[in-house]
Structure formats: structure tokens, C-alpha cells
Design a protein around this ligand. Structure first.
Ligand code: UFG
Length: 329
């Protein structure tokens, strides 16, 4: 049995490919290399360069490699960009996901794991947020992911396919063995930006808003190590293989850190006091969102191994240094 990983040359997808290969699984990656890198696809995985929305290519790939399972990462993922370019997000994240599902159903794929997001909750009524919270996404990004969750629910009702939709909270850090990390140029994610500021790769950074209804006024998020996230997918795969019913799970540590706290940790771990400017709010940001992880622990047996913000930052720093040296080389 071979697993198809869409977006496997990207940040989370490449960690997933590593996790699967480490577990002895056969992996085919499909990636158009628009934001991913050929070198990020681990040795041992087969890379098909192309678009996951290309039905002909995907159908051929499913048949050729006897794909029984798909883990779908490829997507546009920047919340504020989605506010500016909603149609681009609906095309990539919804229309192309529909094409992928069409191929999955046509090709007899049994299990589908979908990278959903905490953004489906919008501003939750209470934290930690459970999967049963009302879904009120406040960005086109969050809505696009929710639309795919709905598609999956309907597809699984109509066809012999089971799925897991994993709602990621804020993914950060890098492979503890230094084999992969967040490599996207022009990154916008907090830990990546702060780490680049610490290494002098940018002059400083902005904090987008300190007037939120949170303890220190900056936004609260649940930062989860990318390797624990990849492991959650492997757990989901095993659960579905053991005839588990389709499921939706949060993936987070159930711990909130404010933007200002994260910046302090990056300063402490790096030993660099880089310039930080307090700026206005950024479009599409919820004030606070922290996962309840009771369901994923109980249903999938997921147990975090890297729940430590300092370690996450340390590994992100190590990866950023490595990436910088690679670019200089
Ligand atoms: N932030 C700053 N300065 C920066 C970058 C970020 O203050 O330079 C702040 C943001 O305003 C936000 C927080 O740091 O308050 C986290 O921002 P990120 O861009 O790192 O992440 P988001 O919370 O916007 O989004 C991420 C994922 C989404 C996911 C969401 C769930 O990108 O896919 O977490 O909370 F849906």
C-alpha cells in the first residue's frame, strides 16, 4: 500500500513524509513546487511534480502507485492573504480539493486525511475549544478549510471512504534530527519571523496588536511542534486502518502563549534582544484560540512528545541557521 502525500515538498508535508518513511510506509509526494522544494522531499519518497488539482495526473498517479490512502496538505495557508485574495484561496483550497476527492473516489482510495485548521472556529466562545464548538470562521482561509470538511462529510456518506480532518493549531519548530523545517521564503508565521529577527535576517519585527481582550493584550495561540503534528496523522491513519469511523480532531497542546510571551522565549533561547515594534491589528486574527485535545488523545491515542516551547524555538533556530547557510553555499 502506498500513501499519496499532497504538498509533501512543503513544511508540514515534508515532516509527514519523514514520519511515514520512518514508520516503514511507502510514500509518493505530489507537489507543484510553488512553495515547496525538491530537496525537502526525503530520500525514499517518490516525487511527482504537478498540481494536486490536475485530475488526469492525480488519477494516473493513484493507479500507477496503487494508492489506497491520501494525506492532503497542499493549500494556501496565510490568513491575511486570504482576506485579500479570497478567490485564489477558494480555487486552491476548495475547488482543487474537490478534484482531488473526485480522483480519490474514482480510484478507490480508502482513507483520506485532511489538514484542517483551528481557523474554522473563528473567535471561539470559550477556550480550550472543543470540536463541538460552533464553527464560525472569520477569514476566507478558515471558510475554505471548513468547506472541505463539509465535502468530506458528504463524500464519506456517499462512498466507501473514511476520513480524518485534523484541525491544526499553530504549527512550529523543525525536525529534531535537523532533516527538515519551515523553509518558505517571505514567511509570515510568528515563530519563524521572530527567529529570523534573532538571527539578524530581518531588522526586527512587529507585534500585530496589543489591544486584544487577553492578559497582556497580544493574541493567544496554541503552538504545536511539527513532528507531533505529523505523528497525529500517522495515528489517524492507523485508526482509520483499524476500521475507525471518520473523525474530526483538534491537534494542539491545550496551552496558550501570547505573541509577547513567544517573542520573550525567542529572545531568551537565542540570547538576542532584537527590535520589536508594537503595530496595529492584522486582518483576520482571532484574539485567542487554544485547543482542547481530549478527543485526539482518547480516540487516536495521540501523545505529544515535543510539548516544550523552548525546544520548539531552539529547533526552529537551528533550522533557520542551516537554511541560511544553505542559501549562502
Ligand atoms: N504575529 C505578529 N507578528 C508577526 C507575525 C505574527 O504579531 O510578525 C502574530 C499574529 O498577528 C497572530 C500570532 O502572531 O496573533 C500568530 O500568527 P501566525 O501568522 O503565526 O499564525 P496564525 O495564528 O495567523 O495562523 C496559524 C496558521 C493557520 C491556522 C491558525 C490557527 O497559519 O493555518 O494558526 O490559529 F489556522
Amino acid at each position: 500500500m502506498t500513501i499519496l502525500v499532497t504538498g509533501g515538498a512543503g513544511y508540514i508535508g515534508s515532516h509527514m513524509a519523514l514520519e511515514l518513511l520512518d514508520a516503514g510506509e511507502a510514500v509518493v509526494v505530489i507537489d507543484n513546487l510553488s512553495t515547496g522544494f525538491r530537496w525537502a522531499v526525503p530520500e525514499g519518497a517518490t516525487l511527482v511534480v504537478g498540481d494536486f488539482g490536475d485530475e488526469k495526473l492525480v488519477a494516473e498517479t493513484i493507479a500507477r502507485y496503487d494508492i489506497a490512502e491520501i494525506i492532503h496538505f497542499a493549500a494556501k495557508i496565510v490568513v491575511p492573504d486570504s482576506v485579500v485574495d479570497p478567490l485564489g484561496y477558494y480555487l486552491n483550497n476548495v475547488a482543487k480539493a474537490r478534484s482531488l476527492l473526485e480522483c480519490a473516489v474514482g480510484g478507490g482510495v480508502k482513507h483520506f486525511i485532511f489538514s484542517s485548521t483551528a481557523a474554522v472556529y473563528g473567535n471561539p466562545e470559550q477556550n480550550p475549544v472543543t470540536e463541538d464548538e460552533t464553527l464560525k470562521p472569520i477569514s476566507p482561509y478558515g471558510r475554505s478549510k471548513l468547506m472541505v470538511e463539509w465535502m468530506l462529510e458528504d463524500v464519506a456518506r456517499a462512498h466507501p471512504l473514511t476520513y480524518a480532518a485534523l484541525r491544526y493549531f499553530n504549527v512550529a519548530g523543525a525536525d529534531p534530527q535537523g532533516r527538515s523545517g519551515q523553509s518558505t521564503p517571505n514567511a509570515t508565521h510568528l515563530i519563524k519571523v521572530a527567529v529570523q529577527a534573532a538571527l539578524g535576517l530581518r531588522p526586527g519585527m512587529d507585534v500585530f496588536g496589543v489591544d486584544y481582550p487577553t492578559p497582556d493584550g497580544s493574541c493567544l495561540r496554541d503552538y504545536i511542534h511539527v513532528t507531533d503534528l505529523a505523528r497525529a496523522h500517522l495515528d489517524a491513519l492507523r485508526y482509520l486502518r483499524a476500521d475507525g469511523r471518520s473523525i474530526v480532531c483538534n491537534v494542539g497542546y491545550q496551552k496558550g502563549f501570547s505573541v509577547l510571551e513567544v517573542i520573550e522565549v525567542v529572545k531568551k533561547v537565542s540570547g538576542v534582544d532584537f527590535p520589536v515594534t508594537i503595530a496595529g491589528r492584522r486582518a483576520g486574527d482571532p484574539a485567542a484560540i487554544v485547543a482542547s485535545n481530549a478527543r485526539i488523545r482518547a480516540a487516536l491515542g495521540w501523545t505529544p512528545q515535543h510539548d516544550n516551547l523552548e525546544q520548539i524555538v531552539e529547533q526552529a533556530l537551528n533550522w533557520e541557521r542551516r537554511l541560511h547557510n544553505r542559501r549562502l553555499a
